[in-house]
Design a protein around this ligand. Structure first.
Ligand code: GDP
Ligand code: MN
Length: 382
């Protein structure tokens, strides 16, 4: 789950990280009022679940409240990477002497959280990673012990030469680590971590992603969810109890089990296709889940074909077949369905589908090849 910068900053603040104050506005008038309470120059910042806001014109320095209002007028309603800006953060502008990058991500290779830090922070960290990877320092953390003081200090000395700044930074590294662990994050990033001309070290931008599997034990973080900022399809899927991730391709997939869903996507790619989604209808599927799955997939205009890949175990193939038939009665599908099912109640399923005019195969290769072929044909073989 993504959260907004202002929410990430609140989590960091609660763990002691020095973060400038700020308030969120949904109208230009509100932005002006907030700016005037801070006095002096402010920064108006688009709150969307996307990086690179600065480059997209979503982060603007205003010399006074009137200018903050003008910037808010322009930023509210603008689109950044396809997302409409509905809120802005208004925060006092800081004088910046240096910008560093600090991030923690879960690293599969070391099976641990890994710190990444660089003196070359700011808006072009991806560029630094691509062209000058030596400027990024990495440190895996053993979660049994947490971030030890000497490790925090090592990270701080990668970033700063001044001992006072190193001490301030080491403290921030521990606070950031605690924020990451306590909120069940999969990523926590401060970019930039700035120094001011007076020598203070502060976080002026923050990004935190929460691991969805951690949310059940963090109701206060689940409450930060902004459904207006997520793809509507993902919200609908979550509410329907489906595991769903929107992708860029044109082959919709309905699969039971996350492993089989991954294998299906691999096979789609193998045969030259592009999946439009990851969708796991789960184990004990009732027909209603299939109807919901089809409703969500067909709302994606890029989908050219929908591929069912069902391995009947706890999932009963006849339930899935009934769901397919029911869905075709209730919603306009508009694209071909290709169906593979095998296992529990397979014969019954084949019969239900045949009566409704569908055919099914038991071969996964066959169904995926057919789907790729139909998706290509629908593209007009461009
Ligand atoms: P991002 O582009 O989405 O990462 O948004 P950031 O909040 O990181 O802002 C982008 C850049 O704008 C920063 O790297 C800074 O250079 C600049 N910026 C942001 N806030 C301030 C501020 O308070 N004062 C000044 N001078 N620059 C700022
Ligand atoms: Mn940033």
């Amino acid at each position: 789950m993504n959260i907004h910068e202002y929410q990430a900053k609140e989590l960091l603040r609660a763990h002691g990280v020095p973060v400038p104050p700020g308030e969120v506005a949904t109208t230009p008038e509100e932005a002006e009022r907030i700016a005037s309470t801070f006095g002096g120059p402010v920064v108006v910042k688009a709150q969307v679940h996307a990086g690179g806001r600065g480059k997209a014109g979503g982060v603007k320095l205003a010399k006074d409240a009137a200018e903050a209002r003008e910037h808010a007028t322009r930023i509210l309603g603008m689109q950044i990477k396809g997302l409409v800006v509905e809120k802005v953060l208004v925060t006092p502008a800081e004088d910046i002497a240096s910008e560093a990058y600090v991030g923690i991500v879960v690293d599969r290779a070391t099976r641990s959280p890994v710190f990444m830090v660089s003196r070359e922070g700011g808006i072009d960290i991806e560029e630094v990673a691509a062209t000058n990877p030596g400027a990024i320092h990495r440190l895996p953390v053993d979660t049994r012990y947490g971030l030890l003081p000497f490790q925090a200090h090592w990270l701080a000395t990668r970033l700063y030469d001044d001992p006072a700044q190193q001490r301030a930074c080491a403290r921030i590294m521990r606070q950031l680590y605690n924020t990451f662990i306590d909120s069940g994050a999969s990523l926590a990033e401060i970019n930039p971590l700035i120094t001011t001309p007076a020598g203070e070290v502060k976080a002026i931008d923050a990004k935190i992603n929460i691991d969805d599997n951690e949310l059940f034990r963090h109701p206060e973080i689940e409450a930060l969810r902004d459904t207006s900022a997520e793809p509507p399809s993902e919200t609908a899927a979550r509410e329907a109890g489906l595991t769903f991730i929107q992708l860029d391709g044109n082959i919709g997939a309905v699969v039971n089990g996350a492993g089989l869903a991954m294998a299906t996507m691999d096979l789609i790619k193998f045969y030259g296709g592009e999946p439009a989604n990851f969708l796991d209808i789960g184990g004990s599927s009732n027909p209603e889940k299939v109807v919901n799955a089809l409703r969500i997939i067909t709302s994606d205009p890029h989908v050219r074909v929908i591929c069912f890949n069902i391995f009947g175990g706890i999932t009963r193939c006849d339930d899935v077949a009934n769901g397919i038939v029911e869905a075709t009665r209730r919603i306009q599908i508009g694209v071909p369905l290709v169906i593979r099912l095998t296992g529990t109640n397979e014969e019954k399923a084949v019969q239900i589908l045949a009566e409704a005019g569908f055919s099914a195969t038991t071969s996964m290769d066959e169904v995926v090849q057919k789907a790729v072929e139909l998706a290509g044909a629908a593209k007009g073989n461009v």
